[in-house]
Design a protein around this ligand. Structure first.
Ligand code: NAG
Ligand code: NAG
Ligand code: NAG
Ligand code: NAG
Ligand code: NAG
Ligand code: NAG
Ligand code: NAG
Ligand code: NAG
Ligand code: NAG
Length: 785
């Protein structure tokens, strides 16, 4: 069963969580829509910042030679360079003037490298194989210089019948070679130096010196002289050389062209110490806003580099300067028109002008007017609320579906439990069952505090009974049945119909039922004072006087009689027992528990059913034949009567075999004239002889094994009412009060109770006390019934 409260609390929690989520998302949207400052760090991958510095050279030093910029630590003239290795000369006899380091002509200088004009070795032959030209080349950067050839250089050999040797210094023990062969010009591939007409090989790290010479491999060029009379070899910047194929062999300008266009790239570093060594020695040349980088060229030393976002002269005071990226739109990503670029140390930030929002970045969201055609805030708010609405909608939908499923389930259960049948009956009975009320599952759940343990009044074979309190303060007993067999539904409904029509003050009133519940629920009036069984067997029930016992018996009999005859369709209770006789605050009897009850169709006097009932109360005949008649209730009632009179349980294992069954025991005692021994002492005390005789006889007739010989319930009720009338007589009552002496004193006097009561001398205590037991014996033996 779905729990109403549980689902409600779950929904509340979920709703709260959703609200939180919404607020969070909403905040996110709002924060996204406000203007912001975007900070950008300039990434410094520019390797040529040193020549762009304002203070490229020391003050008063030459910055330029020809069109080559000379940055410190290089310098021309005394005091203008860091160490003698960086001293340069500018030969003004050339136009434009040419700078030199030593004898090396310099093309340009960058942060980490400079370029040197190349030298090309060559060898030429005549058609007979005589060597006509031979120019080997060697270049040295100086053994202890901070320079080394960059690995971006390569050795190259051009020729079709040649080998070249490239020899490094002994310290490096470098020797490399290249072989290039080809027999026809068609074999030569333009742009490809793979050993056919052209061969290339890389150089080792830290190379400061090399020597190259070429020689003929095959036949002193005699076989290929027609298209390749010469061979060339050189070291130069890889990216700047392109092999042009066969044309290069016969190009008279090849040496001059290559010499000028394929320079050698030279790495340079400062000092001959590492960063930490220089720092410790106090000779570190790096200035402010710079970082020292250890040499990775294979030559010991270090170099200085500007921090990111800075540029300038890292080797000269005052060090690197912050780049004002905002001066040049190409240097920053801020939006040009509406953005505001703010320079920061090492970077810059973008924002938007007043009236605009966004991150201010050209490659970001840019700047958008606050109240332009695209209202960001309104859009965000709309999105936020729209999203919230969708969430709320989904939540409602979810619970709506859940509730509908619950309703569906209940409707199914209602039908399964015979709700439609009940409705039909109600309609066919044309409103005569106004009192029948169909309660909803929620009603009953609320009333029983969700079937709480502390609300349980009792448990039985039929189910559990809960105390229910409706919101209007009405107290009811709610019987939750065990799971019900579908075939029993019709009978269940019949009983509901019949019992709601029963209106007898001594029958527990059925107020209604719940059919949409999983199991049928019956709602009864609440009877507060427990069962007759408890009152009889829990000692100390002061109220159980003879009068009250008679009254309870008479009321019960009356109610059963009413059920058997007064209702339009006879109802057989089938489980009459003291535990099913309830008592209210005034000890008024209420017959309860019609769970096993059966309706007897009008044209039938007996119904065959499965044996049901409680051992000890069960009609032995019904037990054997399964034939259910009204007389079965009479038998059971007889047992209850015996129970009421004796205070003994209907089945007691402590008694001997024949006496186990109270009915048998009672009849035997009656037969053997020792009834008074088994009667409750108080009954004996308060009841008159006649009354006890008569009621004993009544019990005997009720529990007759042959159902036909039992009286009807109506007869029983009438007889009990008759007995009560005696009791209610003032004298009889007075007599009962006086009857507190010994009961063992016996007399064989046969005394009519009525007569005795009005007999003048019977008022003496002795006389009254004298006859009781024996007269009962006499009565039982001499008066034929
Ligand atoms: C920008 O540079 C500063 C300082 O160098 C650094 O703390 C910060 O993390 C950098 N920011 C980015 C986005 O690179
Ligand atoms: C230097 O000048 C020469 C001739 O005037 C020119 O060819 C060369 O490109 C210039 N170099 C630089 C780096 O400006
Ligand atoms: C400049 O170069 C010319 C020709 O190569 C040479 O004769 C001269 O001595 C050089 N001048 C200096 C100062 O090196
Ligand atoms: C070139 O070679 C030819 C034939 O081998 C020879 O006769 C001649 O003397 C050589 N010339 C020179 C200058 O060596
Ligand atoms: C180079 O070779 C020489 C002799 O073969 C040897 O003594 C020297 O250690 C070598 N140098 C290096 C750097 O391998
Ligand atoms: C190679 O280059 C030469 C001249 O540069 C050209 O004539 C020739 O067609 C080229 N060959 C190939 C295969 O591209
Ligand atoms: C190539 O020339 C050299 C010297 O000029 C000579 O010693 C050699 O034998 C010649 N080789 C061939 C294959 O002609
Ligand atoms: C190559 O340059 C030198 C001077 O550097 C010059 O004398 C020679 O004539 C040039 N050769 C050609 C083919 O231009
Ligand atoms: C390092 O350089 C300094 C000055 O340039 C020089 O005095 C010193 O001998 C050099 N040390 C080495 C190991 O080359």
């Amino acid at each position: 069963m779905e729990k109403g409260y549980a689902s409600f609390s779950t929904s509340t929690m979920q709703f709260k969580r959703n609200i939180h989520l919404l607020l969070f998302l909403f905040g996110l949207v709002i924060s996204q829509s406000t203007s912001q400052l975007t900070t950008v760090n300039t990434t410094g991958d520019d390797t040529d910042t040193i020549t762009k510095a304002a203070n490229v050279a020391k003050p008063g030093c030459q910055k330029q030679c020809g069109n080559v910029t000379i940055p410190y630590p290089f310098g021309i003239g005394p005091g203008c360079f860091l160490s003698e290795w960086f001293e340069m000369t500018c030969n003004t006899t050339f136009n434009p003037p040419k700078p030199f380091i030593g004898s090396l002509p310099i093309h340009d200088i960058s942060d980490t490298t400079f370029r040197v004009r190349n030298k090309v070795a060559n060898k030429c032959y005549d058609q007979f194989g005589n060597i006509t030209e031979d120019n080997p080349v060697f270049t040295s950067l100086g053994w202890t210089s901070p320079y080394s050839f960059s690995r971006k250089n390569q050795f190259t050999l051009i020729g079709c019948d040649d080998f070249a040797l490239f020899l490094g210094p002994l310290q490096v023990n470098f020797t490399s070679g290249c072989i290039s062969l080809c027999s026809r010009p068609e074999e030569v591939i333009n742009g490809s130096c793979t050993g056919v007409g052209c061969c290339q090989t890389s150089i080792p790290k830290g190379l400061k010196y090399y020597y190259t010479s070429v020689g003929s491999m095959v036949a002193n060029h005699t076989k290929i002289w027609s298209f390749d009379p010469c061979t060339y070899s050189f070291m130069g910047e890889r990216e700047r050389f392109t092999f042009r194929g066969v044309s290069d062999f016969s190009d008279p300008n090849f040496i001059n062209r290559t010499r000028d266009s394929v320079p050698m790239l030279v790495d340079w570093v400062v000092g001959n110490l590492s960063c930490s060594e220089a720092r410790n020695a106090g000779v570190l040349a790096c200035q402010a806003n710079t970082q020292c980088i250890d040499s990775d060229t294979g030559v010991p030393g270090y170099r200085c580099s500007c921090n990111q976002g800075y540029q300038g002269q890292p080797y000269l005071e005052p060090g690197c300067q912050d780049i004002n990226e905002c001066e040049d739109p190409n240097n920053n990503l801020c939006e040009v028109a509406k953005g505001i670029c703010t320079n920061t140390p090492g970077g810059y930030s973008c924002s938007c002008a007043d009236g605009y929002i966004g991150d201010g970045l050209r490659n970001g969201r840019g700047c958008v007017a606050e109240n332009s055609e695209f209202p960001v805030i309104k859009f965000s708010l709309g999105m936020g609320f729209g999203f919230m609405a969708i969430l709320v909608g989904i939540t409602w939908l979810y619970f709506g579906v859940k509730k509908r499923n619950l309703i569906k389930l209940r409707r199914k259960l209602f039908q399964q439990n015979g709700g439609l049948l009940l409705k039909q009956r109600i309609i066919s009975n044309e409103g005569s069952v106004d009192s029948t009320k169909v309660f909803t599952a929620e009603d009953l759940e609320k009333a029983t505090n969700n079937y709480a343990e502390d609300r349980i009044l009792g448990r039985g074979g039929y189910g559990t009974v809960y105390k229910g309190i409706f919101s209007d303060g009405r107290v009811v007993a709610i019987k939750k049945s065990r799971v019900m067999d579908e075939t029993q539904i019709e009978q269940f409904i019949n009983e509901v119909i019949i019992l709601t029509k029963v209106n007898h003050r001594n029958v527990v009133k059925l107020l209604g039922c719940c059919l949409e519940c999983e199991v049928p629920m019956l709602v009864y009036e609440y009877v507060s004072n427990g069962t007759l069984f408890n009152h009889i067997h829990d000692k100390g029930a002061n109220w159980l006087s003879w009068d009250n016992r008679l009254r309870v018996a008479a009321e019960s009999a009356g109610a059963l009689s009413y059920l058997h005859s007064a209702t339009s369709t006879p109802v057989i209770h089938r489980d009459v027992k003291s535990a099913n006789i309830l008592l209210d605050d005034n000890y008024t009897t209420k017959i309860a528990d019609f769970g096993a009850s059966r309706l007897v169709p009008i044209d039938q006097t007996q119904v065959t059913t499965l044996v049901q009932g409680t051992l000890g109360y069960l009609d032995p005949e019904y037990f054997h034949t399964s034939q259910l008649t009204e007389k079965s209730d009479v038998y059971s009632f007889g047992v209850v009567l015996a129970e009421l009179l004796t205070g003994r349980k209907p089945l007691c294992m402590e008694r001997t075999d024949e006496e186990k069954n109270l009915a048998t025991y009672f009849v035997m005692a009656l037969k053997e004239n020792r009834l008074f021994r088994i009667l409750d002492p108080r009954v004996v005390r308060e009841g008159t002889l006649d009354q006890l005789q008569e009621i004993g006889e009544l019990v005997k007739r009720c529990v007759n094994l042959t159902s036909d010989e039992r009286p009807t319930m109506k007869e029983v009720a009438t007889q009990l009412e008759g007995l009560r009338k005696f009791t209610q007589h003032p004298w009889a009552s007075r007599h009962g009060d006086e009857e507190n002496a010994s009961l063992l004193n016996t007399q064989n006097e046969e005394v009519d109770l009525y007569g005795e009561s009005i007999n003048p001398y019977s008022s003496t205590g002795e006389l009254s006390s004298g006859f009781s037991i024996d007269s009962s014996l006499v009565y039982s033996t001499h008066i034929p019934r």
